[in-house]
Design a binder for this molecule. Structure first.
Ligand SMILES: Cc1cc2nc3c(=O)[nH]c(=O)nc-3n(C[C@H](O)[C@H](O)[C@H](O)COP(=O)(O)OP(=O)(O)OC[C@H]3O[C@@H](n4cnc5c(N)ncnc54)[C@H](O)[C@@H]3O)c2cc1C
Ligand code: FES
Length: 278
């Protein structure tokens, strides 16, 4: 099997091994990939191109870490290709190309406090970063995860939160925009959780992923708390075709989201936030 850039161009057959229904419209699929490079060869925050034979191909973040048995993708059905993915069952096949892109710069957070802010499905690309940090938590001054979703039913990975907490070093705060009778937790937008934690300001490295408006307000709130803009990273979504920097489909000003991102240091993309283009 080819390695390096060539490997990303090769479509590999992946078999669905397991499915976890996360929310009414999103599920996590565990895949076994034909050449066995299931969970190796990626850093948190990168993505694969997933291909449904005869339908089309979409970029989906890698949700697994190197401690997971299979390659995992959490997929929400929103349209033509992802609606077909929602019909996948154990034993079905998809095509996979990747991994692509630049992920979360975890080493930048070593010796600092890592603050992760995720909205809705935005927790998927952050899950491997959280796993990586928790396995190495002594390297950080703290790990804070602030996670928000629309309703309790829209929270991803709830069944794992207890295990994450047991690994040590983690402060996890969860909120929903709208609770239900069973919800005993916080209610409000995810940025409101910043009022419930003390963060180390200049010593924070923040990773943010979620709807664009949420990321915009999260950045504003962090800057108000004297977090340095050079220490803020965001993950950006754009429609993609090649995934490898050749077709120009994902271009955002001078950057290609597929090749230069999807994770960017905030200073590099802040002009697009200011113009409302992100
Ligand atoms: C780097 C990257 C990582 C991604 N990671 C994930 C992931 O981990 N899990 C995941 O589920 N998705 C992820 N996405 C988004 C995913 O690629 C799109 O949802 C998918 O391409 C939609 O294709 P479709 O053919 O199903 O929908 P289309 O038929 O193309 O779109 C149908 C409708 O859905 C709308 N739509 C398209 N994308 C989205 C979206 N993201 N959210 C809401 N509405 C949308 C369109 O505007 C259109 O109205 C990622 C995207 C990028 C760029
Ligand atoms: S998707 Fe083709 S250049 Fe980015």
């Amino acid at each position: 099997m080819p390695e390096g850039p060539q490997a990303t161009l090769t479509l590999r057959k992946a078999t669905v091994k397991d499915i976890e229904q996360e929310t009414p419209d999103a599920a996590t699929y565990s895949f076994s990939v034909e050449d066995g490079r299931d969970v190796a060869d990626f850093s948190p925050g990168r993505f694969n191109m997933l291909y449904i034979y005869g339908v089309g191909e979409v970029p989906i973040s890698v949700a697994s870490s190197r401690w997971d048995r299979f390659l995992m993708h959490t997929i929400r059905s929103v349209g033509r290709v992802t609606n077909q993915m929602a019909k996948l069952r154990r034993g079905d096949h998809v095509g996979i190309r990747g991994p692509f892109g630049v992920g979360w710069p975890l080493k930048e957070a070593h010796g600092k406090e890592m603050v992760i802010i995720a909205g809705g499905l935005g927790l998927a690309p952050l899950r491997p970063a959280i796993m990586e940090a928790l396995h190495d938590h002594a390297k950080f001054k703290g790990i804070k995860v602030l996670y928000g979703a629309k309703t309790p039913q829209d929270l991803l990975y709830r069944y794992e939160f207890g295990r994450w907490a047991e690994m040590g070093g983690l402060e996890l705060l969860v909120t929903v925009d709208k609770g239900d009778p069973s919800w005993k937790g916080h209610t409000g937008v995810v940025t409101s959780l910043l009022n419930k934690v003390d963060i180390l300001s200049e010593e924070v490295v923040a990773f943010i992923c979620g709807p664009e408006v949420m990321m915009k307000y999260a950045v504003q709130e962090l800057l108000k708390r004297r977090v340095l803009q050079d220490n803020i990273y965001v993950s950006i979504e754009r429609q993609m075709q090649c995934g490898s920097g050749t077709c120009g489909h994902c271009q955002l000003g001078p950057v290609f989201v597929c090749k230069d991102g999807p994770v960017f240091g905030y200073p590099r993309v802040k002009m697009f936030f200011a113009r409302g283009e992100v």
